[in-house]
Design a protein around this ligand. Structure first.
Ligand code: SF4
Length: 441
């Protein structure tokens, strides 16, 4: 990835656009106020159209209308949103131009008065726009439901929260009124320091029988759930969404970066080619459709980034993809290894980039980051660090050896600290027995 491609120029050229929009906003405001719709009738027309509400926000016609800025929790992206509330009723949702996720990473400054931002286009996804239908859906569950018929009969009745808490806590013959005599254990039965399984003390006490699997742990939720599961119930078993869904991706990054990073993603503003395995880059690549998806789609239409989709399902981005590989579930790993093999055998890699072994060397070639492709790896089953990158401390005992990686210098093929050379050997196959007599510096 070349440095000078790291930011799409078209995304930086918004100053003129802002000036244009500002002019457009002023014109729209004049037109709305100039219409002089009479009180109630005007409000009726206006509140049905959020943009007209926003344009009229400075007028007298907006009494009862509030425009509020907040954050959408419709998914884990956490975009900003701008909410129109009329007489206490949520009317509509649009993007929040102060939030980077709604403005393709170019938010307006907080110092900009709200009135100046009202006619700015700022996007949210369809799920966020649909929020009023969640809130006011007549079928929305507002109370707990208890089974009111045989299992599988699909019959339920609403109960009060107090009843739910009492029955879940204490248990008992909870379905006796349906003719079922079975005793159901309540959470109280887990309030015990007895081992959950005497033959397997490593499983801990009966308290660990309480398992809570949560959704996304947005800010604040984790603290209160931990208070309940760990502090109150005494269980270790609070399982989060990321413990299942994102674990593979994060562990791969963790291993790749020598345990330094978990959140590596293709750079939507700098990448020239994105290979997406099962990632919905138009809909769900964090930070969300309004940022990641919009940036990739915009740069793709400008010919600046290509991508291929590996997914059994033809996702939305497939229509813009160079290729869609409808992989069979479970075969992604084999496919990836095949790609890597083909790239190596056909020397289809970027040698210039891969041979720069440190940030300075990569920077000198105008790359935004460096690769560790030339860093030597220990290939000795008898070595305690077998399979890991070779460090100076693995081959010398001097205190100053440290955790520095080792490469073969391109000019003489000698083992050298990775930050001491600009060019390193990429693909020589040799076994070396190394003994450094002296470490300088
Ligand atoms: S992507 Fe959509 S649902 Fe998710 S936070 Fe953003 S606006 Fe809300």
């Amino acid at each position: 990835m070349k440095k000078n491609n790291s930011k799409d120029k078209s995304l930086q050229s918004s100053a003129a656009r802002r000036a244009f929009l500002k002019g457009a906003a002023a014109t729209a405001g004049i037109m709305t106020l100039g219409g002089r719709l009479p009180g109630a009738e005007a409000a009726e027309v206006l509140w049905k159209n959020p943009r007209r509400v926003q344009r009229a926000a400075a007028s007298q016609l907006d009494s009862g209308v509030r425009v509020t800025h907040s954050v959408c929790l419709g998914c884990n992206a956490r975009c900003g949103n701008r909410i129109v509330v009329k007489d206490g009723i949520l009317e509509s949702i649009s993007g929040n131009p102060y939030h980077p996720y709604n403005s393709q990473a170019e938010p307006v400054p907080y110092s900009m008065p709200v009135a100046e931002t009202l006619s700015r286009s700022s996007s949210v996804c369809g799920k966020a726009i649909d929020a009023p239908n969640y809130v006011y859906n007549p079928y929305r569950l507002l109370k707990p439901l208890k089974r009111a018929g045989k299992r599988g009969a699909g019959k339920f009745e609403p109960i009060e929260w107090e009843q739910l808490i009492r029955e879940v806590t204490h248990g008992g013959r909870l379905f006796a009124h349906l003719g079922e005599t079975g005793e159901i254990e309540g959470l109280k039965a887990l309030d015990s320091d007895e081992p959950i399984e005497p033959k397997a003390p490593e499983l801990g006490s009966k308290r660990n029988g309480f398992v809570m699997i949560t959704g996304r742990l947005q800010t604040g939720r984790k603290a209160i759930i931990d208070r309940f599961v760990k502090a109150a119930m005494g269980s270790v078993n609070r399982i989060g969404h990321t413990d299942i869904c994102g674990l593979g991706f994060r562990m791969g990054n963790f291993a790749l970066t020598d345990q330094e990073q978990v959140e590596l993603k293709a750079d939507p503003w700098g990448a020239e080619y994105i290979l997406a395995f099962g990632a919905n880059i138009y809909e769900a690549g964090q930070p969300g459709v309004n940022t990641y998806g919009a940036a990739v789609a915009k740069r793709n239409s400008a010919g600046k980034v290509k991508f291929a989709i590996v997914d059994p399902r033809a996702q939305n981005a497939s229509v813009h993809a160079e290729d869609w590989v409808p992989i069979k579930p479970g075969q992604d790993g084999a496919f990836a290894m095949g790609l890597i093999r083909w790239i190596i055998e056909n020397k289809a890699y970027n040698r210039e980039y891969l041979t720069a072994p440190n940030p300075e060397a990569a920077g000198a070639k105008d790359y935004a980051c460096y690769a560790n492709a030339t860093h030597l790896v220990i290939d000795d089953p008898a070595h305690p660090n077998n399979g890991k990158f070779l460090r100076l401390s693995d081959i010398v005992s001097a205190d100053s050896a440290g955790e520095t990686f080792v490469v073969l210098a391109d000019k003489d093929g000698l083992p050298t600290a990775y930050d001491q050379v600009n060019e390193a050997v990429l693909d020589r196959e040799q076994r070396c027995r190394m003994r450094l007599a002296k470490i300088s510096g």
